[in-house]
Every structure is written in structure tokens, then in C-alpha cells.
Design a protein around this ligand. Structure first.
Ligand code: CTP
Ligand code: MG
Length: 179
């Protein structure tokens, strides 16, 4: 039991920059859509108004910044939080790539949602929760791939955290849908 708890904490600590990168645009919003309002031949937007330049940049900045704070914390407060081996635990590249990957995964999900005629803001259970994890892990993979137990755990725990935080954001009036 203790061991499972430890893996959960380590896994969340590792992926935290991706969570922050994903959550920040919900707070900032934005007005410049990344796709510039363009549509594809299917008549739907490439990405839609929910994916803005400001949201993307703010998310990347917040995720990267938070990750660098984490690096400082784990440099000063011992090895308990260190999930990464010494060689990469210090590197700012990990949170910067995790954040970028989370945001790119989110864009990819919107791209595919639009291709399936799913309107901006309509939820797709599973896709909306896991896009950020898959994107984050993929983009970070040249630098670091966590052990498989961590990956499985993140895929299970993230949807639960995602649904809970979105609910809170909805109650606070930051988000127009509770999911
Ligand atoms: N957001 C943004 N830029 C991004 C990602 C998100 O501005 N790159 C903001 C938008 O205001 C968006 C909100 O965060 O409405 C919630 O994000 P998300 O749920 O990913 O977007 P949806 O509006 O649900 O759009 P989609 O259906 O394309 O996922
Ligand atoms: Mg959404």
C-alpha cells in the first residue's frame, strides 16, 4: 500500500508541469485562434476557437516555470522527490518538454475532434483527459521515458484528477462546462 502511494506521488510530481500547462490556458483564455479561423475541406475549423495562441504560450510558460521551481525544490530538499535519474533530474528541458507536449497533445485532440464534427467544447471522455499525458510523454521521450508502472498509473489517475479539477474550475466560473 505504502509502495503504491509512493508511486502515485512520484508519478504526479513528475507530470505536474504537464498538468499546469494544460490548466493555465483555461484561466488565461485568449482571443487569437491558432488556426487563424481557417477551415479544412470538411467545412470544420482546423482546431477551433478553444485553441488560442495566448493560451498555448501562457500554458507553456506556466508549465515550464513551475517545473523549474520543482527542480529547485528537489535540488534542495533531497532525493525523495527525485523520479528522474541524477543525470536528467536537474535539467530544465524535462518540464519544458512536458509542458510543450501536453499542449501539443491537446491541439492534436482538438484537430481530431473537429474532423469527427465534434464542436468546440464538446467533451470526448478519455480523449480530453489523456491527450495531455500522451503528448507530454511523447515529446519528452527523447530526453526521458518513465518506467512503465508510472506510465500506466498516469493513464489511470489523470482522468480522475482532470475531471475533479475541471469541476472546480467550473464552480469558480473559469470554465463554461463542468467537464
Ligand atoms: N485554451 C486556450 N488555448 C489553448 C488551450 C485552451 O485558450 N491552447 C482555453 C480556451 O478558452 C478553451 C479552454 O482553455 O475554451 C478550455 O480548454 P479545452 O477544454 O482544451 O478546449 P475546448 O474549448 O473544450 O475546445 P476543444 O473542443 O477543441 O477541446
Ligand atoms: Mg474541453
Amino acid at each position: 500500500m505504502q509502495e503504491i502511494l509512493e508511486i502515485i506521488i512520484r508519478a504526479i510530481w513528475f507530470i505536474l508541469p504537464a498538468y499546469f500547462a494544460n490548466a493555465a490556458p483555461v484561466v488565461s483564455g485568449g482571443i487569437f485562434p491558432i488556426d487563424g479561423g481557417r477551415k479544412l475541406s470538411d467545412g470544420n475549423r482546423i482546431l477551433g476557437d478553444g485553441k488560442t495562441v495566448e493560451g498555448f504560450l501562457f500554458g507553456w510558460l506556466v508549465g515550464g516555470f513551475f517545473g523549474i521551481i520543482q527542480i529547485i525544490v528537489w535540488t534542495y530538499y533531497g532525493s525523495e522527490f527525485v523520479l528522474l535519474p541524477e543525470a536528467v533530474s536537474w535539467t530544465w528541458l524535462v518540464p519544458v518538454l512536458l509542458s510543450l507536449g501536453a499542449l501539443l497533445g491537446d491541439l492534436a485532440a482538438s484537430f481530431f475532434k473537429r474532423r469527427f464534427n465534434i464542436q468546440r467544447g464538446s467533451p470526448v471522455l478519455g480523449v480530453d483527459q489523456l491527450d495531455l499525458i500522451l503528448g507530454a510523454l511523447l515529446v519528452t521521450s527523447p530526453v526521458w521515458v518513465p518506467e512503465w508502472r508510472i506510465i500506466v498509473l498516469l493513464l489511470v489517475v489523470t482522468p480522475l484528477i482532470h475531471l475533479a479539477t475541471n469541476r472546480i474550475a467550473f464552480e469558480l466560473g473559469w470554465k463554461s462546462e463542468p467537464y
